[in-house]
Design a protein around this ligand. Sequence first.
Ligand SMILES: NC(=O)c1ccc[n+]([C@@H]2O[C@H](COP(=O)([O-])OP(=O)(O)OC[C@H]3O[C@@H](n4cnc5c(N)ncnc54)[C@H](OP(=O)(O)O)[C@@H]3O)[C@@H](O)[C@H]2O)c1
Length: 330
Amino acid sequence: MTYVPDSSRYAAMQYRRCGNSGVMLPILSLGLWHNFGAITPFETQQAMLRTAFDHGITHFDLANNYGPPYGEAERNFGLHMERDFRPYRDELFISTKAGYDMWPGPYGDHGSRKYLMASIDQSLKRMKLDYVDVFYHHRPDPDTPIEETMGALDQIVRSGKALYVGISNYGPEQARAAIKELKRLGTPCLIHQPNYSMLNRWIEDGLTDVLREEKVGCICFAPLANGLLTGKYLDGIPADSRMAKDSRYLKPAALTDENLNKIRALKDIAEARGQKLHHLALQWVLRDEVVTTALIGASRPEQIVDNLSILDAPALTQEELEQIENILRG
Ligand SMILES: NC(=O)c1ccc[n+]([C@@H]2O[C@H](COP(=O)([O-])OP(=O)(O)OC[C@H]3O[C@@H](n4cnc5c(N)ncnc54)[C@H](OP(=O)(O)O)[C@@H]3O)[C@@H](O)[C@H]2O)c1
């Protein structure tokens, strides 16, 4: 049946400005890293994308190697574009990336112009798009001059294949150098995509200062620590969870006493606020406006709707923030 998006899709979502650009992003964005490859039914993927867009989630994040197999999430997204989203292209903000291993040989990995220029063409073809809204370099490459990598991003924008560029997983000094070079080239860096959650706070150690100073947006990925911050692993590994179904990146080794004790204590704070732990975790990453949006994943549409309940939740109080700080510092 033809998809007709909910006419009230923009009523409840909140949008934040991305750095000092003209772009507004929803405070929750949807990533297609897991559950959009060959092992997830097409109907489930479709229901997740439709649910997200119906609730004002306008930003979908991909990468060349999301799958499995590599490329499959982009290929599936291309089919969803054709079936559902083509009439709404101008309402969507779509990103992809290159920087990790993608194809065999010396030109399918890292940060060379050779790799990035080929990868964007492949991604556009798979996604059936004329352009992406953001093209990222997925991780720093210490062996390629920053001028070469950023020069490729600049050229991708100038050739109309991307509207904006971003960097992901760059440390503070690497980010500063990339931002400076992009500025010199006349293609400002729109956004940085780092890992950030209550269990992984590395960006507070310099990166957020750089982003604030340079007025670059921040989309933090895995704000629920791959699902750990839902509390679903407190009593074992549920059969329908990521750790049970696809543990390539979330292994039982993450269930340390230290993590589980923190998660239990954080869950108590959430419950005292009348909410679930994952809602607290999402509000917490968004507590400082240096973070533009929290980039969540989902395995079913109900999780997306559930996470939207943060839109009506009271802000975290100073006292709650201090309690959380004490727990996280251990
Ligand atoms: N730039 C990079 O290097 C990089 C790296 C990693 C990810 N990313 C991006 O970040 C996105 C998100 O990463 P992520 O999927 O690890 O994020 P996450 O939000 O930390 O974890 C998502 C997982 O948590 C569980 N979940 C979410 N909401 C839930 C709810 N309401 N109730 C119960 N469980 C819930 C689901 O797992 P179950 O399967 O257990 O249901 C879901 O798949 C990716 O899709 C990708 O776009 C980028």
